[in-house]
Design a protein around this ligand. Structure first.
Ligand code: SF4
Length: 82
């Protein structure tokens, strides 16, 4: 299993309603700026690739962090859906 496959395997699609932070792992370069800006939502795996908490962004703090990470991602890999 390649690291990208391992990474994608963690990006479970959930059936929740509401805005959620998402990632396109095919464009992410794994530098991890996002994890510093959204520590409540993003952890880094052992290769430095983000692991996204895909729960609905119900709290203002979560929404602020998600927006900051989306804006700062140099690859435009992050987006908010829902
Ligand atoms: S900032 Fe963007 S490119 Fe960098 S690790 Fe996070 S999602 Fe990937």
């Amino acid at each position: 299993m390649t690291r990208h496959h391992a990474h994608e395997a963690r990006q479970q699609v959930s059936d929740v309603a509401g805005p959620t932070l998402r990632i396109d792992p095919s464009v992410c370069d794994g530098v991890g700026i996002c994890a510093h800006l959204a520590p409540d939502l993003i952890a880094l795996d052992s290769w430095g690739y983000p692991i996204i908490d895909d729960h609905v962004l119900v709290r203002k703090r979560q929404q602020r962090q998600a927006n900051a990470a989306v804006s700062a991602c140099p690859k435009k890999a992050l987006f908010i859906s829902g």
